[in-house]
Design a protein around this ligand. Structure first.
Ligand code: ADP
Ligand code: MG
Length: 591
């Protein structure tokens, strides 16, 4: 952390062109492909393959959102696809509704079903989610087969109409390609929006996402709903393209095909989705000549999919783009920014954090037992105690990762005892973890942006540029501004700690909780950390720090609370507490 990096320099605003203008080439490209699709004469076979690849890709885009961005499994995408397909099928034939209305209705029905399924199950962990989506898929299939009055049963729905504007199969294909281009653009840019960043944070580390102000549950439900809606849209387009739908097209096996497509191409990006979809449709066609030997075709098909996934775990596109990211991180020099301002809110009184009678019991173990802590505004308050004395547990209860067994927590005049982690963060709590919890698939800058974005952060203006600027200021403050665009894995352990601190600082917290920030650092890094803490405290930010390093604690903290076996054994002004006989015996062993 060099001192020169923290000198105040005039801030050149980080400005960028409007998104749509920057991506004009993309839309010109899409327009050319659409024009080609409209003009070229394909034979029926090629046309069908293109139609299938286009509509399936949109459904697989959905999986790249829910699985790739947000890390949640959905084994019912074919069911959502079916919602859209049947809405257009039944709506245009039996009910004589307009194609457009049916297309929208199908997507909305899928969206609502996805949101409902997500809201009722996403509080459960991974395996449960998989099981529930499989069950949902099976139920939908059963309804499609048995609700004959509505779905025509196993016979399916035929003679499905198309919009008057795109009657010919050529023009309809061109329309679907245009839809693919637009949806692809939206999905491609989703990761750089607030919602997209939240999804990636949830995927990388749910706990850290929560304490950085993200509503984890709501983010997952949104991801699920977006995925389902894209499935519905794709299904509606599919029904118009093939004019016929039947239950076997939307079975569990199809959901697995969608999943394989997305894993094969690369689950993290719509480009991967399109590649995977194209390949999985084409490979069987390429292997058609093998069909004379029974079984051989399937074996080769399965083997090639397994080989690709084995040697490119991030999918084909993930493999390519990882290489790109590494190159880009080295090339891009981040702009200079102004010095970080920490301006904690000053609404409450002299006491920023008031904890009374706080307990956390794990079964019979009283990890924290009736602890009182009062943290004064604008100082460094240390929480110390031997290993296992309940320090981390106290912090986890404060930040809402554990629910208190009893007691009351008041932050800056607000009772936060029963709030969720992200609400406490919005109320002004920032924290770091004893075992570093960064978002590992993101760059240092993106990690810190998540912190800056916390609801209630009045330090940042509107828009992405202000966000980036605030994050750059925080990274520069901890001395890592020049490495903003590197991935987390390229930083040393000590630097990862600094990034975690920068992430918390960017959110401009009222109170900063640090859990053993010096753990695992070498002596130079410890000195640097010490100097950083001084600079943070100099700005008037209140810090509650857990540490083992007595030199650091005695020099940095004005006030110390000591825990032993979950109980508070001493509390008061630093030097007096460190001389307290109970404290000495707790640390050095009694007698
Ligand atoms: P410290 O941070 O002071 O070293 P901790 O707060 O991590 O101590 O742990 C205090 C006690 O609570 C320990 O005995 C630990 O084993 C126990 N503990 C912590 N978390 C849990 C948990 N999730 N479930 C059960 N016991 C826990
Ligand atoms: Mg601990």
């Amino acid at each position: 952390m060099s001192a020169s990096e923290n000198i105040q320099v005039p801030a050149p605003a980080i400005r960028s062109k409007p998104l749509l203008l920057r991506h004009l080439p993309y839309f010109i490209g899409v327009a050319i492909v659409v024009a080609l699709a409209a003009r070229m004469q394909f034979d029926g076979y090629v046309h069908n393959i293109l139609m299938q690849a286009t509509t399936f890709s949109i459904a697989v885009f959905g999986l790249s959102v829910v699985l790739g961005l947000c890390g949640q499994i959905n084994l019912a995408q074919a069911a959502f696809f079916g919602f859209g397909a049947y809405a257009v099928g039944i709506g245009t034939t039996d009910w004589h509704l307009s194609f457009w209305l049916c297309l929208v209705a199908g997507s909305v029905i899928a969206l609502l079903a996805g949101a409902f399924l997500g809201a009722s199950t996403l509080r459960l962990g991974g395996h449960y989610l998989a099981m529930v989506t499989i069950s949902f898929q099976q139920i939908v299939t059963l309804v499609m087969i048995n609700a004959i009055w509505l779905t025509h049963g196993p016979d399916g729905v035929s003679n499905i109409g198309r919009p008057a504007l795109f009657q010919s199969s050529q023009s309809y294909l061109a329309f679907c390609v245009a839809a693919l281009g637009i949806v692809g653009y939206l999905v491609w840019h989703l990761p750089d929006t607030r919602l997209g960043r939240a999804m990636r944070a949830v995927r990388d580390n749910e706990l850290a996402a929560g304490v950085n102000g993200i509503d984890v549950f709501r983010t997952k439900v949104y991801a699920f709903a977006v995925c389902a809606a894209l499935g519905g849209l794709a299904g509606g387009l599919f029904a118009g393209g093939f004019a016929y739908v039947s239950p076997d097209q939307f079975s569990f096996a199809e959901s697995i095909v969608f999943l394989t497509m997305s894993l094969l191409g690369g689950v993290a990006s719509p480009i991967g989705s399109a590649i995977g979809t194209g390949l999985l449709i084409l490979i069987p066609e390429w292997l058609r000549f093998l069909k004379s030997v029974p079984g051989l075709y399937l074996a080769i098909y399965g083997l090639s999919v397994i080989l690709i996934i084995r040697f490119m775990p991030d999918g084909i596109w993930g493999f390519v783009s990882n290489a790109f990211t590494r190159l880009r991180a080295r090339a891009k020099a981040p702009p200079a920014v102004a010095a970080l301002q920490l301006r904690p809110a000053t609404t409450g009184g002299n006491i920023v954090l008031e904890v009374t009678g706080l307990s956390k019991h794990f079964g019979g173990l009283k990890a924290v037992d009736g602890v009182d802590i009062a943290v004064r505004r604008g100082g460094v308050h240390a929480l110390i105690g031997p290993n296992g004395s309940g320090k981390t547990t106290t912090l986890n209860v404060l930040s809402g990762l554990y629910k208190a067994t009893s007691g009351k927590i008041v932050l800056d005049g607000t009772d936060i005892t029963n709030m969720a982690p992200h609400q406490r963060t919005a109320a002004g709590l920032g924290r770091t973890f004893q075992n570093i919890r960064l978002f590992r698939s993101m760059t240092a800058l993106e990690n810190v942006e998540i912190g800056a974005e916390r609801p209630g952060n009045t330090m940042i203006g509107k828009g992405d540029d202000a966000l980036t600027e605030r994050a750059m200021e925080a990274l520069t403050f901890v001395g890592l501004g020049s490495r903003a665009n590197e991935l987390i894995s390229s930083f040393s352990y000590g630097h990862q700690r600094l990034i975690e601190i920068a992430r918390a600082l960017a959110s401009n917290p009222t109170l900063l909780l640090l859990d053993e920030p010096a753990a695992g650092l070498n002596s130079t890094e410890k000195l640097e950390l010490h100097e950083l803490l001084k600079r943070i405290a100099a700005q008037g930010l209140t810090i509650l720090i857990i540490d083992h390093d007595m030199t650091l604690v005695s020099e940095a903290a004005q006030h110390i609370t000591v825990l032993n076996f979950g109980r508070r054994i001493a509390d008061g002004e630093s030097l007096a507490v460190l001389r307290h006989p109970d404290v000495v015996s707790a640390y050095l062993g009694s007698e």
